[in-house]
Design a protein around this ligand. Structure first.
Ligand SMILES: Cc1cc2nc3c(=O)[nH]c(=O)nc-3n(C[C@H](O)[C@H](O)[C@H](O)COP(=O)(O)OP(=O)(O)OC[C@H]3O[C@@H](n4cnc5c(N)ncnc54)[C@H](O)[C@@H]3O)c2cc1C
Ligand code: FES
Length: 283
């Protein structure tokens, strides 16, 4: 797939309209946007795991993972937590407002390599943003993948992003969709209680050499999840993770995201565990 934007000047965002916006949790909102230029909207190509730079005139710009799947063209979806100026301004905008969007950027998940293999997707909290894209892509192209496991952990039921969508997926017989929360005070949660690593008990009889894993979540989660994946026997170069670094330009020009010799905006944000152990400072 073409990973480059069609813009001649990579820094100029294109106008896009917020089509839908609603709460996914207390501090995370879903944004569905479409480029104003319909030709651009329908022709944009991206990979799950890539990100876009979203800007608000007079406020600033920040990178956000694409949560939608390239298998459903026309609309781009994002899942955004309010943390600072740009996200605060985005949260204030109403449906129909125009924002600036440029991209896609980053390497994304290597679908050409993952296809034909079993897939374990492990998500903590906001890690659902990039990995929902991979999950939806794999489900839309179901015959291209072997067994698919989706393991998702959040702190509490109200923080399970895309809750209805994921709960509904539990009914599918071509997906093992396993959800858990650290704590349930509602009494209405009928899935797992405990850390996302507990869900690994449900992974049985996998052919580890024929399996890819994709991980995204809070920094504290990685070590424990990777231990589990390594114990399952999944080769290190088949354990993929998306890592966030501070980014400004997104296109390898400003140096904000550099770790050693690596531009995480170009060579990442998706890295294999093999990359991580061989590149000091990446985590
Ligand atoms: C490749 C990539 C994909 C991302 N995808 C998403 C996504 O899908 N959804 C989402 O909500 N956020 C995502 N982020 C994070 C988002 O870009 C930042 O939170 C961004 O700074 C928000 O802008 P702001 O102006 O609202 O906050 P800022 O004013 O920039 O920052 C608010 C606070 O967050 C801290 N901060 C900012 N960026 C980072 C960072 N990269 N790592 C650690 N701390 C940071 C700042 O120090 C400050 O304390 C992604 C980041 C990257 C690099
Ligand atoms: S964000 Fe500017 S070089 Fe990577």
């Amino acid at each position: 797939m073409n990973k480059k934007t069609s813009n001649e000047n990579p820094f100029i965002p294109e106008p896009a309209r917020i089509i839908r916006k609603y709460n996914l949790s207390d501090d995370v909102k879903f944004f569905q946007v479409r480029f104003v230029d319909m030709e651009k909207a329908l022709s944009i190509k991206y990979l799950p795991g890539q990100f876009m730079m979203i800007s608000i005139a007079g406020t600033g710009e920040a990178p956000f993972s694409i949560s939608s799947t390239p298998s459903r063209p026309g609309l781009l979806e994002f899942c955004i937590r309010e943390v600072g100026e740009v996200t605060r301004a985005l949260f204030r905008l109403k449906e129909n407002s125009i924002i600036g969007v440029r991209g896609p950027y980053g390497n994304g998940f290597p679908l050409d390599k993952i296809k034909g293999h079993d897939l374990i997707i492990v998500v903590g909290g906001l890690g659902a943003a990039p990995l929902r894209s991979l999950l939806l892509y794999a489900l839309d192209n179901r015959d291209d993948f072997g067994n698919i496991y989706f393991l998702y952990g959040a702190r509490e039921p109200s923080e399970v992003l895309f809750r209805e969508e994921f709960l509904e997926m539990r009914g599918r017989d071509d997906l093992e969709c396993l959800l858990t929360v650290d704590e349930d005070t509602t009494g209405n949660w009928h899935c797992g209680i405990g850390k996302v690593t507990n869900l690994f008990e449900n992974i049985k009889n996998i052919d580890a050499g024929n399996t890819y894993a994709a991980v995204c979540g809070p920094p504290v989660m990685y070590k424990f999840v990777i231990d589990k994946l390594v114990k399952l026997g999944i080769p290190k170069h088949q354990i993929l993770m998306t890592l966030e670094r501070r980014m400004k330009c997104g296109v390898g020009k400003c140096g904000h995201c550099v770790v050693g010799n690596t531009y995480t905006c170009i060579d990442g944000p998706v890295f294999s565990y093999w990359d991580v152990i061989n590149m000091k400072g990446l985590v």
